[in-house]
Write a protein that binds this ligand. Structure first.
Ligand code: 1HN
Length: 345
């Protein structure tokens, strides 16, 4: 492609006049906003070790009472976006949250969608629109856009979880805001439908918009068992299951996709380059992740992110199966017609 003229090639006076009139010449920036062949991501391959995060999070628990934090979180920030912008990718926010015994993180609702993936500890819970969801290791709990949620803790050890939000995108769209409230009344969940039965209600009246989130808590024990069953049937990998809305079979949230991947002992999973950036969080086991020319050894509770169109290998050279939680930007990219997958170089 032709090299285009630079800003410095224009007379300073002319550029100054443009600036005064709120005008900008396109051609010096055209190759930046439309790079040839593939995007030039700000997102850098980055890994965060839980053994680095945990002591700092526990220290945050000593330094800042929950009343002064509301949510006691250390954000996993990608240096390629500038740490202060609190992004793991251009769409995905990641944070590790600490709740100490008897603490309570008050109810609020906001426009960004969130999920929690429980990392450590027992007997904390998230209440979503009155539905109390117990938190155990590896469980996924949804708090979709606009739904009230709060966290409490009845146990006697610290509880830590990974928050994943579409905050960077929603904030960029100038659509991010919160409303605060009081404690929510807890409603009974006894009459909640059991979607594990493989049945869903037939909708006799088509609603203008189906905005429902029928399932808020995805227990890890169920997801893990499904992966193990699939692995027994399928000699060829990769063994991966998506967290879906059980009524529609679609992605469980609208912007970020969530899935669980099993990398069996001795197995290597090679991902084709794709337009959506991805986040990997180790639920159980250990794995080496190669993201283009970077290599990280990930253990339980470690987290890494990979930019768009990266060549990604997950190598499990241990003798234990590895289970990985994945968040990616595919749902929003598919809705916008931007999603693509390429062959490995
Ligand atoms: C939020 O609501 C929570 O409810 C955690 O636990 C992290 C980060 C940004 C915006 C809202 C929570 C958050 C958040």
């Amino acid at each position: 492609m032709e090299q285009l003229a630079r800003l410095e090639d224009l007379p300073t006076e002319y550029v100054d006049t443009l600036t005064q009139k709120n005008l900008v010449p396109l051609w010096p920036s055209l190759r930046n906003v439309l790079p040839p062949v593939k995007p030039i991501p700000n997102t850098q391959a980055t890994a965060w070790k839980f053994k680095d995060i945990k002591p700092l999070l526990i220290e945050a628990g000593e330094l800042t009472p929950i009343e002064k934090a509301e949510r006691r979180v250390l954000v996993l920030a990608n240096p390629g976006h500038g740490l202060e912008n609190m992004r793991a990718t251009s769409v995905i926010y990641l944070g590790m949250q600490l709740l100490l015994p008897k603490e309570w993180a008050p109810a609020h609702r906001h426009t960004p969608n969130a999920v929690r993936l429980i990392v450590e500890g027992e007997k904390a819970y998230t209440t979503v629109e009155g539905q109390k969801c117990p938190m155990s290791h590896g469980d996924l709990i949804l708090t979709p856009s606009g739904l009230w949620h709060e966290h409490g803790h009845d146990g006697d050890e610290p509880v830590i979880w990974l928050d994943v939000l579409d905050l960077p995108l929603v904030y960029y769209m100038e659509a991010s805001f919160v409303e605060g409230g009081e404690c929510q009344p807890v409603v009974s969940t006894a009459d909640k439908p059991n979607y594990a039965a493989g049945l869903a209600p037939v909708k006799h009246f088509v609603r203008a918009e189906n905005n429902s989130y029928p399932m808020m808590r995805y227990p890890w024990s169920d997801a893990k068992q499904l992966l193990i069953d699939l692995a027994q049937k399928d000699a060829e990998g990769p063994i991966q299951v998506a967290y879906v809305n059980p009524e529609t079979g679609e992605d469980c949230q609208k912007i970020i996709g969530y899935s669980a991947l099993m990398v069996r002992a001795g197995e290597t999973v090679r991902f084709s380059p794709r337009s959506a950036a991805q986040v990997f969080h180790i639920i159980e086991g250990q794995v080496q992740i190669n993201i283009d020319d970077k290599q990280y050894d990930l253990e339980k509770a470690d987290t890494a992110c990979a930019p768009c169109f990266a060549n990604i290998d997950l190598i499990n050279s241990s003798n234990q199966d590895c289970f990985i939680f994945i968040a990616d930007e595919a749902p929003i990219q598919k809705k916008l017609g931007l999603y693509s997958v390429r062959d490995r170089a």
